[in-house]
Design a protein around this ligand. Structure first.
Ligand SMILES: [Zn+2]
Length: 1107
């Protein structure tokens, strides 16, 4: 057994993570290639092992001084967080001996670091995830610029996905798409991102990724219908039942639907009819539910889940016998289902068979010790027969599960789900009488559990498996047929893992066999040949031929590299990697080149391929990532810093340059008495005046829970959380004014009579669009515990000068740096309206109205004036700590950019994050500096006005660009089109600040280079670029698919009779040859070249610039 031919070598060289899911190695037809992969793994492992033993002695002598790898340190976190998995992976054959130190100079020696990557790929293809993980992580530690290796990022992302380590999988996938939107498996990534974000409750992002997966025409491991099914399910988990039902029915009408998918859809529909009241009258719903579930079982008779749900439906209509039958069938099909056992318990309990019920519940909690419903029911059972202590213990377990509850399950049958009426409730309602349960049975539970505890490992694995729901019918698992679905995965994996010992033996035997054929040195070179996917293959084949045919002699080439000094080898290796993976490095681009030189340099690039990644950052820089918090440990006092504030006496103060300097110096500043000093007529923004001016003007409403400012409780008021509930609807100024006034009246009444009248003022019924980025399903009810709901009138658009003339002209009295429009404000150079940023927005508040935590769009500064009569309370964190807050959001399972969150102050202090806290009185202006994280709550009844400004500073510009790139990575739309803006700045202003100049010029340089490259690429495809120009005040363009800014070269495709702009990556996914695409140009190249060349550093006279 050996790599027999050059063909074999070619095949192995080709293989990497991109074949995952496409290459079905369980198919006997592929046995040949499977053997090939296994042999290659053996060769590479032996290479690692032998080189290690050679180096062992060398290593000890080496100083630990050189090549400290920052990335490795950073990614220690990866390793730490996934240590549960890794510790097991360490036992595998691949792992190096225990004295192997990953940090510092680890004496990579003769092992090419690419070996680890290749091993990762090959193990991945064999679905040996532990081994793949171990190899990939080793590669990541050793390779300083691992992010340039895209198939590596993809492979590790897949492994994390399979282990349900969603946080890391999402991170890697996002980085990969950011670095290479053309990646061949982009559609596979979008689908998986969609699934993970759905589980995380970030539904908007999930939908976006599903749609991007659908729009991609390249080959995939899933069908369009499967993606559509996921989208329909996305509606379902958001309680958009009618939309979900319609989408499911639409898929059912498709002729090409597979039997599996049919079964899935019938099951979802059946269960929806069972649970969802708005789908019709109860009796009719129940019969539809039964019919659909039966259809589901017909389509897929082996699905235990549908049988289980059928049992639930029968139980619901009191067909006890049928219910038992269905449950029994379900247990036969999938014995490991805790839900089924729990429901059987309920049924027994209802039939007055407590002993049987007890046993069933015990089965449930044995299968899933986190099963909340089973614990609750067990508690009820004990309680009803007077065993209070036992009952208490069970309830305690149940409560523990509430607080541990992870993300919502993708399927409704899961026990934590809202749509699922818990059996516990029904059991309680029935008030079943229980006979006493004897001690021995109870003891059984205890012993069972101590046994369970011994198997912590397996429980941990179960947890991993459970997060994506242990459903045997999960469509995703079907997509990658090689993976055993659901909770079985974990046990299966454990088996594979434990059987490793024997397989290692086999490998050993094979390798000794192999050694008889090839000397160890030749093995090394063979290993190199295997991993050399991107290198010049003919040369390698020659190498291989030579070493293979000439067994007794060492290949000269490789000998020299193996015996060279370690350090030089590493350097050599590094440069080689950079060159291989980054063809763009050869011609250098910099801001000192003229446009003609840029153009010539672009001609040297492979212009028949699209430009890989347009970023304002330099090439080869790592993908953006949130910064670590400043390390300096803060005292309790420093964690509560005094807020920078200044009191204005008169107009002169307001216009002094010191005021602007003061504001620009601090993360946030409050300018007190501004309205008085400038004699601003705040009355123009009072509710009364607004109603008189434009009563029918639209107001967006956020419905929120009234809470004290430093607290944020979950919907059940059980614990403090970050997720802030706020759902959206619309009304008019007049109607909101009425609400605001009556809320005030009611509070006066309340003074005497402490009732909860306030909550009756508003009804929730008119809220149409409930937006919740949290995992909590909103109930259309008043909250328990009588907590008040309130309505916050937000984002009232005051941009229309005809409608709001007196108001807007009053704001002209402000000093220039704070004005909505001014030459020194970057946002005035965008050339078109960005609502709420370069126009005024108004907020109408009742006490408790919350603006959740955020940074301003693209990190611009903001101005906020309180109109009064009441106060507002502000919380703010300096921008350098945003990474810390980002991590806390992640920990709380809420999206930093998309989610709505209210920080728990103690969490911030624990993380050494300081918080400014202050009151904004009527007439006070708050200056929010670039990047400052802040959240605001009104103390009294008041209105506020706000807008953004962009001072012409290097700090503002670089923070805006940084956020622009971070948004791109996060698939979050940047509403400030930074590229378009930069070109306008170059046209309109003279820059004397060196740093600011260089930053803007860098953006222009990258942008121009990109335009050149795209145009050459388009021409190489034989497509004509038509000049289109730009209309006056025409908005800048964004891709209709992925929402990234599209500058100058627009790809237009007709979609449902609309002309939609696309970016190049998206359009290539729709039409790889650009057929049927119109390509338009906004500016002539000559114009851009002129702007670029004329934009030079402005040297102010008299002041000698140092640069
Ligand atoms: Zn796009």
């Amino acid at each position: 057994m050996f790599l027999n031919s050059i063909d074999d070598l070619y095949i192995v060289q080709e293989l990497d993570s991109r074949y995952y899911g496409f290459l079905n190695l369980t198919d006997p037809k592929n046995n040949g290639i499977k053997d090939l992969i296994q042999q290659s793994i053996t060769i590479l492992q032996d290479e690692v092992a032998s080189s290690h033993s050679i180096n062992m002695s060398k290593q000890r002598d080496l100083q630990h001084a050189n090549v400290k790898c920052d990335v490795a340190v950073k990614y220690e976190e990866h390793i730490k967080e996934n240590s549960g998995i890794e510790s097991h992976a360490c036992d595998s054959k691949l792992a190096l001996p225990s004295d192997f130190k990953p940090k510092g100079n680890i004496g990579v020696g003769e092992v090419d670091i690419e070996t680890y990557c290749k091993l990762g790929h090959l193990h991945l293809l064999l679905t040996e995830y532990y081994e793949a993980l171990s190899a990939y992580q080793k590669y990541m530690r050793l390779c300083p610029k691992y992010w340039n290796n895209h198939s590596f990022l993809y492979g590790l992302g897949i492994v994390y996905f399979e282990f349900r380590c969603f946080k890391w999988s999402i991170k890697l996938f996002q980085e990969l798409l950011y670095l290479n939107p053309y990646f061949v498996c982009a559609n596979e990534i979008h689908l998986r991102l969609g699934l993970m974000l759905k589980v995380n409750g970030d539904f908007r992002s999930a939908l976006k990724h599903f749609q991007l997966a659908l729009a991609d025409s390249s080959p995939s491991t899933f069908s369009d219908l499967q993606v559509k099914f996921q989208i329909a399910h996305l509606y379902e988990v958001q309680n958009k039942h009618k939309a979900a039902k319609e989408s499911y029915e639409f898929i059912l009408n498709d002729k090409n639907i597979s039997l599996d998918l049919k079964a899935d859809i019938y099951r979802q529909l059946g269960w929806m009819y069972h649970c969802v009241e708005c789908l019709g009258e109860k009796k009719e719903r129940e019969s539809k539910a039964l019919r659909f579930l039966q259809k589901s079982i017909e389509a897929e008779p082996k699905c235990g889940q549908s049988l289980y749900l059928l049992g639930r439906c029968y139980a619901g209509v009191n067909k006890v016998h049928d219910a038992f039958l269905a449950y029994r069938n379900s247990v036969e099909k999938s014995e490991g289902n805790a839900d089924t056992w729990c429901s059987i318990g309920v049924l027994y309990q209802q039939q007055n068979q407590p002993t049987d019920a007890l046993q069933a519940y015990i089965c449930a909690v044995q299968l899933d010790k986190d099963h909340k419903s089973a614990w609750t029911n067990l508690g009820i059972l004990y309680e009803s027969c007077g065993q209070l202590r036992d009952a208490y213990a069970c309830y305690l377990n149940a409560v523990k599960q509430i607080s541990n509850q992870g993300p919502p399950p993708p399927y409704p049958h899961n026990h934590g789900s809202q749509t699922n009426p818990t059996p516990a409730k029904r059991a309680k309602d029935d008030n079943t009488e229980m006979s006493t349960i004897n001690r021995s049975e109870k003891l059984e539970i205890n012993t069972q559990f101590s046994q369970q505890n011994k198997k912590i490992f397996s429980v941990q694995q179960d947890k991993l498996g459970l997060q994506l729901t242990a459903s045997n019918c999960h469509p995703l698992n079907k997509m990658s047929s090689s993976v055993t679905p659901g909770s079985d995965v974990s046990s299966e994996r454990i088996n594979t893992y434990s059987s490793d010992a024997s397989s290692t033996n086999i490998i050993k035997e094979e390798s000794t066999d192999l050694e008889q054929h090839v000397s160890s040195n030749n093995q090394v070179s063979l290993g190199r040949s295997i991993i050399a996917c991107s290198q010049n293959s003919s040369e390698l084949i020659e190498d291989f031929n030579q070493s293979y045919s000439d067994n007794s002699k060492n290949s000269v080439k490789h000998e020299s590299s193996t015996q060279s000094n370690d350090d030089s080898y590493i350097i050599e290796q590094k440069t080689k990697n950079e060159y291989d993976l980054d063809p763009d490095i050869s011609p250098k681009f910099n801001i000192h080149m003229e446009s003609k030189q840029l153009w010539s340099a672009v001609q040297l690039l492979p212009v028949h391929e699209p430009p890989i990644n347009f970023t304002v950052f330099l090439r080869n820089s790592p993908p953006p990532t949130p910064p670590d918090c400043p390390p300096q440990k803060l005292s309790r006092e420093q964690l509560l810093p005094p807020t920078p504030s200044v009191h204005l006496e008169n107009k002169k103060n307001a216009f002094s340059p010191q005021l602007q300097e003061f504001c620009l110096k601090h993360p946030i500043a409050v300018v007190r008495g501004l309205a008085g000093a400038l004699k601003l007529d705040l009355g123009l923004f009072s509710t009364k005046t607004l109603v008189e001016a434009n009563p029918d003007h639209s107001v967006e409403v956020r419905t929120q829970v009234n809470q004290s400012p430093d607290e944020n409780w979950d919907i059940s008021q059980a614990k403090r959380v970050w997720a802030c509930i706020s759902h959206r609807s619309h009304t008019t100024i007049a109607k909101y004014a009425q609400y605001q006034a009556s809320s005030f009246q009611d509070s006066l009444k309340d003074e005497g009579d402490k009732g909860s009248v306030g909550s009756q003022v508003m009804s929730d019924s008119d809220s149409k669009d409930s937006v919740s980025n949290s995992n909590i399903n909103l109930k259309r009810k008043k909250t328990k515990n009588g907590s008040k709901m309130l309505r916050f009138g937000t984002n009232v658009d005051l941009s229309d000068e005809r409608k709001w003339k007196p108001q807007l002209s009053e704001l002209q009295k402000l000093p220039a740096f704070a004005r909505v429009i001014s030459a020194a404000n970057m946002l005035s150079h965008v050339g078109h309206v960005i609502l709420g940023m370069n126009t005024v927005q108004l907020y109408m508040k009742v006490p408790g109205s919350r603006t959740p935590g955020h940074q301003e769009n693209n990190n611009f500064c903001s101005i906020n004036i309180n109109i009064g009569p009441g106060d507002c309370e502000w919380f703010a964190v300096p921008d350098s700590y945003w990474g810390g807050i980002h991590n806390l959001c992640e920990k709380n399972n809420i999206s930093y950019l998309h989610g709505s969150w209210w920080p728990v102050l103690e969490d911030l202090y624990k993380e050494n994050i300081p918080v400014y806290r202050f009151i904004q009185k009527p007439g006070d202006l708050v200056w929010v500096n670039a990047g400052c994280v802040h959240w605001v709550q009104s103390v009294g009844w008041c209105n506020n006005i706000a807008w953004n400004v962009g001072p012409l500073t290097a700090r503002q510009y670089s923070l805006a660009i940084e956020r622009y790139e971070w948004n791109k990575l996060q698939s979050f739309k940047s509403i400030v089109p930074m590229v378009h803006l930069s070109w306008n700045l170059a046209r309109n202003i003279k820059v004397s600040d060196v740093k600011l100049f260089e930053l803007i010029k860098m953006c222009l340089c990258q942008s121009l280079k990109n335009v050149f490259h795209i145009q050459e690429f388009v021409k190489s495809k034989g497509v004509e670029i038509r000049f289109n120009g730009r209309g006056k005040n025409e908005a800048s363009h964004y891709c209709g698919q992925c929402e990234v800014e599209v500058f100058n070269v627009l790809f237009i495709r007709e979609q449902e009779k609309r002309h939609v702009v696309h970016c190049l990556p998206c359009v290539l996914k729709l039409s790889p040859s650009l057929q049927g695409i119109v390509c338009l140009e906004e500016y002539r190249l000559s114009e851009l070249e002129h702007v670029y060349d004329s934009f030079t550093l402005y040297r102010t006279q008299g002041l000698g610039q140092t640069h």
